[in-house]
Structure formats: structure tokens, C-alpha cells
Design a protein around this ligand. Structure first.
Ligand SMILES: C[S@@+](CC[C@H](N)C(=O)[O-])C[C@H]1O[C@@H](n2cnc3c(N)ncnc32)[C@H](O)[C@@H]1O
Length: 268
């Protein structure tokens, strides 16, 4: 990866920072990230889970790499699937484990570790591999994607979800409105966090959000890698995530801006 090679940051440094940041995020992760739980994003999440599960057999095995506190994993568990949830952060895994209802616990297998190392060492077969908001944390996301592809046999799926992408705003007026909405969204968010006494952790994220310094993840590049590895990309959905549902609705329905993407692929 050219850009990463020119950077003195090492994979170990990124992993260390990710562990540190997510130990701080811990149980308050989803409270701190309302952009993942507001009504607009929740409807995208539900629709995506339904689409992915539509033709899955009941005994399917799901692997959620970087599962965090179980944002997507809980949806798969409640639909009856067996799930392996892996995360670098012991604290995030503990928070996830504590939130799983007792009746669903037997379907869940939780592991603490690095995604790339897991893909090299573990040889289990999975029907769906999920990556939700993890690619931008990885030092070499291309290598991880290629390792995932190698694990997917015919009919198996890859879901990339809620990944930040480089914003493309063509009209200057639209861009100004977009900036205003973004400013308002952040102001309200900070006020809410202050009232709820939840510390925001923006300044902690420098190395952990490694790929953001290159503008986020480019879905066109992801598509290229997957095609190169023999996968068929079924859909790419680009949209604008905002802290609050109303702002997300305005950004998508009125301003039509984009800062996030989801992608579904399969091996024919
Ligand atoms: C932004 S959070 C997303 C969590 C969850 N997937 C979600 O969508 O809410 C990113 C997660 O990826 C984990 N992570 C970062 N680097 C990782 C790595 N190399 N291997 C496994 N997990 C990693 C972090 O610990 C964190 O829980």
C-alpha cells in the first residue's frame, strides 16, 4: 500500500492506539455514536440485515470482524444465526457479551484479537463475513480484504457496512449548506454529550482512525480488489450519516450528500 509505506506509522502503533481508544469507548460506544443509532441509520441497518439474511439457511455461520459492542452482531443473533464476533478490544467484547440476552448466548462465540491474525490462524468456514466501521481503523485494509476473499467459497457473502468515504460535493451552494448542517449537527451533539456527562473522544482517534488521513475508504478501490479476487459486487449504497436522524434525513433527501457507504458482495 503506497500511502502507508510513506508514513512512519507502523501496524503495531495503529493496533496499540485502537486498543487504547476502544478501551475508553467501552460501554458508552453507541451512546457516543448516535449516528449509528438514530432512526435514519437504524432503518438502513434493519433493511441491510434483512437483505443479507433473506436467503441464508437457518444454521448459517456469521463472522463479524471488529464487532465492537455488537451493533450488527446482535441483529444476526436475534435472527437465529450462529455468530463469531471478533474484536481487538477486550473492553468492547466484554460490553457486547454483557448485552447478549441469555437465550441468545449459546449462539455466540466471542474472541479478542486482531482481524488479520484471526484470518490467518482460524480455518472455520463462514457464510457471511461482516465488516462494520472497521476498515478505516486498519493499517493495511487491502490485505485484510484479500484474506477475507480467500476465505469465501461459492455462495458466501461479504458485507461492508457504515464505512466512511471521501465526500464528493459538486455544487458550491450545496457544499455550503452541507457544511452548515454538519456544524449544527456537531454543536447539538456536543451539547447533548455535555448534558449527559459523556466525554467525547475525538482527540484520541489520530492513529486509530488510520485510513481517515487518506480521505477514508474509496468504495471504487474496494470493488476493484473484490473483483480482482473473484467476488461479484451485488450493491454499493452511498449516503450521508449524521449524528441526528433528522439531519441525516435532510442531508440525504434534500442536499443529497455522501460520507458513508455499505457494500454487499458474493463469490459466484
Ligand atoms: C468504529 S468501531 C465499530 C464497532 C462495530 N463494528 C460497530 O459497527 O459498531 C471499530 C471496532 O473495530 C475494532 N478494531 C479496530 N482494529 C481492529 C483490528 N485490527 N482487529 C479487530 N478489531 C479491530 C475496534 O476495537 C472497534 O471495536
Amino acid at each position: 500500500m503506497e500511502s502507508a509505506m510513506a508514513d512512519p506509522t507502523t501496524k503495531e502503533k495503529v493496533l496499540e492506539e485502537s486498543r487504547r481508544v476502544h478501551a475508553l469507548e467501552n460501554r458508552l460506544y453507541l451512546s457516543r455514536h448516535p449516528e449509528q443509532t438514530n432512526f435514519f441509520q437504524k432503518s438502513i441497518l434493519e433493511r441491510t440485515l434483512n437483505e443479507v439474511c433473506a436467503d441464508l439457511k437457518t444454521d448459517s455461520e456469521i463472522l463479524d470482524l471488529g464487532c465492537g459492542t455488537g451493533y450488527l452482531s446482535l441483529g444476526f443473533l436475534s435472527r437465529g444465526y450462529r455468530l463469531t464476533g471478533l474484536d481487538l478490544s477486550r473492553e468492547m467484547i466484554r460490553a457486547f457479551e454483557d448485552s447478549i440476552p441469555a437465550t441468545l448466548k449459546p449462539q455466540a462465540h466471542l474472541v479478542v484479537g486482531d482481524a488479520e491474525e484471526f484470518l490467518t490462524q482460524n480455518q472455520d468456514e463462514f457464510d457471511v463475513i461482516v465488516l462494520s466501521a472497521i476498515l478505516h481503523h486498519l493499517f493495511d485494509y487491502e490485505s485484510v480484504l484479500r484474506k477475507i476473499c480467500a476465505r469465501l467459497s461459492s455462495g458466501k457473502k461479504l458485507l461492508v457496512f457504515f464505512e466512511p468515504l471521501k465526500q464528493e460535493v459538486q455544487s458550491p451552494i450545496r457544499f455550503a449548506l452541507h457544511r452548515m448542517l454538519s456544524w449544527l449537527d456537531e454543536k447539538l451533539y456536543r451539547f447533548e454529550m455535555k448534558v449527559r456527562k459523556i466525554p467525547v473522544l475525538d482527540d484520541e482517534y489520530h492513529h486509530s482512525d488510520y485510513q481517515r488521513q487518506f480521505g477514508g475508504i474509496d468504495p471504487a478501490r474496494v470493488r476493484e480488489i473484490l473483483r480482482d479476487e473473484g467476488l461479484e459486487v451485488l450493491q454499493i449504497e452511498k449516503y450521508c450519516a449524521r449524528r441526528y436522524g433528522l439531519h441525516a434525513w435532510l442531508a440525504n433527501r434534500v442536499l443529497k450528500t455522501q460520507n458513508t457507504f455499505n457494500l454487499l458482495a458474493t463469490r459466484p
